[in-house]
Design a protein around this ligand. Sequence first.
Ligand code: SF4
Ligand code: SF4
Length: 110
Amino acid sequence: MTSTSELVARRIREQRRVRMAMNSIRAEERAKLKGGKEAVAWVKEEQCIGCDQCTIVCGDDAIELYDKPLLSPIINVDVNRKAKVLRDPCTGCKLCVLACPTDAIIMIDR
Ligand code: SF4
Ligand code: SF4
């Protein structure tokens, strides 16, 4: 019968394997990202959780947060914020895409 310590070791090996696979997929996706002056960042509003990470990394002040009323009237929270990219100051550097924890930002043609 498999012991507890063997199960723990197997779990750690599997976690490592999955993490490496996911890192590899993300690295490929990042390598394919378009950027530079021909591109501009775009926020998919439904995926944005208003965490502020993108505004912290954006050195060009090209991202603003705005308040958005919740769709559901039964949920009551003080603040529900979303990010939006200002096209003109965005330099297409892609830093916000890399920083966003929910993959809410994509790069599109300018
Ligand atoms: S980092 Fe992503 S989830 Fe967080 S505020 Fe910016 S777009 Fe929204
Ligand atoms: S691509 Fe760069 S300049 Fe444009 S919004 Fe993202 S971090 Fe700011």
